[in-house]
Ligand binder design. Sequence first.
Ligand code: PLP
Length: 355
Amino acid sequence: MVKKLFIPGPTHVRESILEAQTAPMIGHRSTDYSNLQAAVTPKLQKLLYTEQPVFIFASSGTGVMEGALRQTVLKRALVTVCGAFSERWYEIAVANGVPTDRLDVPMGEGFTPEMIDSALSGGAYDVLTITLNETSTGVMNPLKDIAALVRAKYPDTLLLVDAVSAMAGVKIEFDAWDLDVAISSSQKCFALPPGLAITGVSERALKRAAQVPNRGYYFDFIDMLKYFKRNQTPATPAISLIYALNQQMDDILAEGLEARWARHAEMAGIVQDWARTYWELFPNEAFLSNTVTTISNTRNADISALNKELGKRGASISDGYGDLKGKTFRIAHMGDLTPADVTWVLGEINDILGL
Ligand SMILES: *Cc1c(COP(=O)(O)O)cnc(C)c1O
């Protein structure tokens, strides 16, 4: 049985999008390919409210997180850690020998501009990483306010944003907020199969990268830009996925960006209300996510048994991530799911558990 995925990636992919991948193959140095990339790029720029480059890497988001850290740090990076995914930035920095410190908050908490301000005030850092949506704890950080603080007081600090589980689900005004790198993966709010990392990159980040000698090869922003100008990529792009992305961007823009953000907020509200009624929300209410809800398992439910039963009914949710397994569970409400889908799956859970 096909299961509708209420998990934070991969998310449910509509049939028409799966089919868009089956278009005939074309050479990646052909005019046909350049036309495809030229068609999809402005749509991605609209999504990010930006006129700066949006690159499409044949990789999952983690690849670009590594590439971005490698090519933007000349002094030292400050990595904000509020869960397992934000900790990945720290692990990447260590693995690449990038000088780094971490700023931690307890699980379920997020970062305020004041916290960032005091951590940056010594002037030691030229890069700050922020995870817009921490998918393990269901925390959404106030990126707009943090970016305003950084730009006003720390003009030389680049802001690298893991927007993997947020981009295409919540509004990210790349230019107005003056971000430097915003990374996403195709299998989350874009509701595509995995394999693409869609990444906005600022002029400022490109200038910085040009100063970094050993900035890596596959994710080199400078090389990407060179090819971007002729609507190509340095290495072979994931052409089939880009066909699907092009179709999906048409559908996203046809829905309307504001309508898409509102639909995600509505789904989040439905799940949050349900969680407050029958369980407890895991994160601090000040940082609730619009794309995934992490719920404290206050009833000690057997989550894997629940998921097995849900599977028979055509749905799948997620257990807690890492240390939070069993203690929490997660319901994703991102991509092309609808409020009706979410209401349906919550009803099935109530029925299975007798709530
Ligand atoms: C899923 C996720 C990642 C990892 O993305 P991949 O596509 O698996 O590389 C990183 N950060 C966040 C916040 C995520 O949700």
